[in-house]
Design a protein around this ligand. Structure first.
Ligand code: ATP
Length: 217
C-alpha cells in the first residue's frame, strides 16, 4: 500500500469537447486503486493540423468546471488554454516539473487509445522521465493492438506496484482495472447534431450548459 504521507497527484489532458462520464468514471475508479490525492484536468489547445474543437476554449473550460463542481478529487488547470500555441504534453510536464521539483511523484492519465498512439506524441520518449503513466481501459481498444516495439517499451516500464508509483517520481506505466464506459465526445457530438438524447452520458450540469448554448447542433 502507498504510505500515508505520499501525495501522488495526476494530470489528465484532453480536448474535453465535451467532458463526459467516459472521462470521469474510469478516473474515479483509478484514483481509488492507486490512492491519488488529486486529478487535475487540463483541457488542451488543439494543434492547427488536427480537427479543431467545436466548443471554444472558454466553453470547454466551463463544462469541465460544471462537471467537477462539488467533487473534491478533481481540479482544473487552464494553462494550456491560455497559450496561443499548440499544447504539447511534454512541455506542460516540463513546466510543472520546474514548479514542483524533480523528486515529487507525478502521474499523467491516459485512456488505452491514447497509450496506443503515444509514440506519435511530440518527444514521447521524454514523457516517462517526467511522470508515470496511468492507463484507463477503454472499450474498443486492446493492448494486443501494440506493435512489437511498443510491447518492448511497455515491458520495460510497466509496474503493478502502487507503492512504486508513490515512491518514485516518474518512469512507470500502470495499467489500471477500470470500468468500461463506451462513450466518446465524438459520439456525443454526433448524437446532439441529430437531436438525440445524451443525458445519461454526461453530468446533468454539462448537458444543461450544452442545451442553453446550443452547442453541437
Ligand atoms: P473525441 O471523441 O473528441 O476524440 P474523447 O472522448 O476521446 O474525444 P478526449 O478529450 O480526446 O476524449 O480524451 C481525453 C482522454 O480521455 C484521453 O486520454 C482518452 O483516452 C480518455 N478517454 C476518453 N473517453 C474515454 C472512455 N470512454 N474511457 C476511457 N478513457 C477515455
Amino acid at each position: 500500500m502507498a504510505n500515508s504521507t505520499s501525495r501522488l497527484c495526476a494530470l489528465y489532458g484532453g480536448t474535453f469537447d465535451p467532458i463526459h462520464y467516459g472521462h470521469l468514471k474510469p478516473v474515479e475508479a483509478l484514483a481509488k486503486q492507486v490512492a491519488l490525492q488529486h486529478v487535475t484536468i487540463m483541457p488542451n489547445n488543439v494543434p492547427p493540423h488536427r480537427p479543431q474543437p467545436l466548443a471554444n476554449s472558454q466553453q470547454r473550460k466551463t463544462m469541465v468546471e460544471l462537471a467537477i463542481s462539488g467533487n473534491s478529487l478533481f481540479k482544473l488547470d487552464d494553462r494550456e488554454l491560455q497559450r496561443e500555441t499548440p499544447s504539447y504534453t511534454v512541455e506542460t510536464l516540463e513546466q510543472l516539473r520546474a514548479e514542483i521539483g524533480t523528486e515529487q511523484p507525478l502521474a499523467f492519465i491516459v485512456g488505452q487509445d491514447s497509450l496506443l498512439s503515444l509514440q506519435r506524441w511530440h518527444r514521447w520518449e521524454t514523457l516517462l522521465t517526467l511522470c508515470h503513466l496511468l492507463v484507463c481501459q477503454r472499450p474498443g481498444y486492446s493492448l494486443s493492438m501494440k506493435t512489437p516495439e511498443e510491447q518492448q517499451w511497455l515491458d520495460k516500464h510497466q509496474t503493478t506496484s502502487v507503492e512504486q508509483l508513490h515512491s518514485q517520481p516518474a518512469g512507470k506505466i500502470f495499467l489500471a482495472q477500470t470500468p468500461l464506459y463506451d462513450i466518446s465526445a465524438t459520439a456525443i457530438r454526433q448524437r446532439l447534431e441529430q437531436h438525440q438524447p445524451c443525458d445519461d452520458l454526461l453530468p446533468p450540469a454539462v448537458a444543461e450548459f450544452i442545451r442553453q448554448h446550443h452547442l453541437y447542433c
